[in-house]
Write a protein that binds this ligand. Sequence first.
Ligand code: ZN
Length: 150
Amino acid sequence: MTDLPDLYQELIVDHNRNPRNFRVPADANRTAEGDNPLCGDRIKLFLRVQDGRIADAAFQGSGCAISKASASMMTQAVQGKTEDEAERLFKAFHAMVTAPVTNPAEAAALGKLAAFGGVRAFPARVKCANLPWHTLRAALQAPGDRVSTE
Ligand code: ZN
């Protein structure tokens, strides 16, 4: 973690300490559960999808700082997005934790999520960062499903 730029590290620490959208919405209509047994991260994601748009996103669960911060920032990033936009963001995030982002449009779409680019140097943490996004995809494509990084 010491290799991450300070600003990015601060973002992750902040979202881990004060996770945003850490709640159970009463009106969620899509949920999925994600599990990263390698690290012990577990997440339950709640979405309210209305007219093809993610009107609300929230989560519950426990895990390491990376997984919790990633879930927190993901729920913020997808609020108001269409399902297609969320899928594009999933792909951009997934690509970013594997290789540096070279496409400026993709970098702009990722915004603060770039904080997780630093996990590239820590292969074991890539699964922690990706878990909430895989869970998001499950909630959108196969609601009620349970995904595992293993
Ligand atoms: Zn983890």
